[in-house]
Structures are given as structure tokens and as C-alpha cells.
Design a binder for this molecule. Sequence first.
Ligand code: N8A
Ligand code: ZN
Length: 258
Amino acid sequence: HWGYGKENGPSVWHKNYPVAQGNRQSPIDIIPQQASHDSSLGPIVLNYDQCTSINIANNGHSVVVEFDDSDDRSVIRGGPLDNPYRLKQFHFHWGGKGCHGSEHTVAGISYASELHLVHWNAVKYKTFGEAAAAPDGLAVLGIFLDTGDDHRWLHMITDVLYMVKFKGSVTDFKGFNPKCLLPSSLHYWTYLGSLTTPPLHESVTWIVLKEPIIVSEKQLGKFRMLQFTGEEEDQRLRMENNFRPPQPLKGRKVRSSN
Ligand SMILES: NS(=O)(=O)c1ccc(O)c(NC(=O)NCCc2ccccn2)c1
Ligand SMILES: [Zn+2]
């Protein structure tokens, strides 16, 4: 099964998922000076006030908070998007002790971690799975995490990580609004890309915020106590460095909001 190790990591994913060598793979290295300012790009709008978080789970690749996406109660719209896209889940990618773990990089610089808020086009597609395989099916909002002081709200997540230490564990996680994880500015870069994990479907309109949020080393360290492996497995693999490195741009244009 795919993972982030030597034998099953990003460098061999193409064997089972040939699209890994496709023309719109993610993540990428974003070079700000080469991004084109597009005045037709409006602001992104996040309507999360009626969002309904359900649970938090360890899926063996990351820690994921799932939302009720049975209606349009929490959506992202505007910016490069032609429709509202429904919030389905968010999850993180991070590094090991002291080394960085973001997926997108900015002029070659990686951040400590990256948060992905995953949305799907329920106007055009009936299910997430169907949308995840369509070229305009998903919109993922990427937010960089940099280290510094404690993030005043991230503790709501890091305080429960011990309950989902092992792959396959899940616990209730109600009443969490991810709006508290946004930076002050919603200025962004946007480009057409893919899922950054298998099946690597080329179905994502990426919206990457320019401003990182600040979290503490201590808070990040709690992500690293998670395990890739299940409780019953005798191998204990610490969940860290669960990021795919930047992929070839293949002539794609990165646009910048103002
Ligand atoms: N890292 S990412 O690009 O934001 C991202 C977003 C949503 C996702 O579903 C995934 N990948 C993921 O969940 N892969 C395993 C399950 C899956 C997802 C989609 C279609 C079929 N199977 C990655
Ligand atoms: Zn992700």
C-alpha cells in the first residue's frame, strides 16, 4: 500500500498511479515573481458559519476532520471558482523534528506544515468520489503553518490527537469551525493541479493563501505522536514527513489575487 516510506513513498507512486507523471500534478514550487496578477480574480469567500464538524480520524496518512456535506451549509466560492464548493474535510501535512513539511513551497522555501481544506463541486457532481475524479471537481484551500508562538485555537485539535494515535481510530469532534485557522489576509495564488496523495486525480483547483498562520513547535510536536500504523500492528511508525515534494509545472500558469 502507498505511504511516505522509502519503499512506498512519492518516488514510486507512479508504478500504481501513472497519473503521478501527468501534466497537472501537485504540489508545486510557487514563484511569486512569475505568478501573473489577474485583476479578474475576485476575493475568495468562505461561508463556514453553519459548518458541522463530525469527527476527527487517523486514516494512516494524516489526521482528518470530517464535515457534514449533505447540503450547502459550508462552502467556498469566488476567486477562480465558477460555483460554490462544499467543505468535506480538512487535514494536515507536516515534517519531522526540526525539518519542514509543507507540500507547496514558495520560491524554494518550505514551511513547517500545510493545512488543506477540501471542498467539492456538488453543483455538477453527485458525490465526492465522482467530483474527486473530475477536472473541476475539487477546490482545496492550502494554508501554510509557520512556527512561533502558540496558535490560540489549534490546541482544540492538538488536545485530542492522543485519541486518534493509531491508524483507523476515529472520535467525535463536533462544533469546530475551521474559520479560526485562517490567517488575517485571504490573498492567494491559484493554479490547476491534483490530489497530492494517491489516487493523485487531476481534479483540484488549488487556492494557496500567501499568509501563513503561526503555531508553536510544541503544538506541531503533538502531530508527530500520531502513528502511520494501527494499534494491532507490531511495527510502530511515527506519523511524520507525510508530504509529497513539488512536481513539474509543465507550463502551467500560477495566478495571483491582488
Ligand atoms: N492532499 S489533498 O490533495 O488535499 C487531498 C484531498 C482530498 C483527498 O481525498 C486526498 N486523497 C485521498 O483522500 N486519498 C485516498 C482516498 C481517496 C480520495 C479520493 C478518491 C479516492 N480515494 C488528498
Ligand atoms: Zn493534503
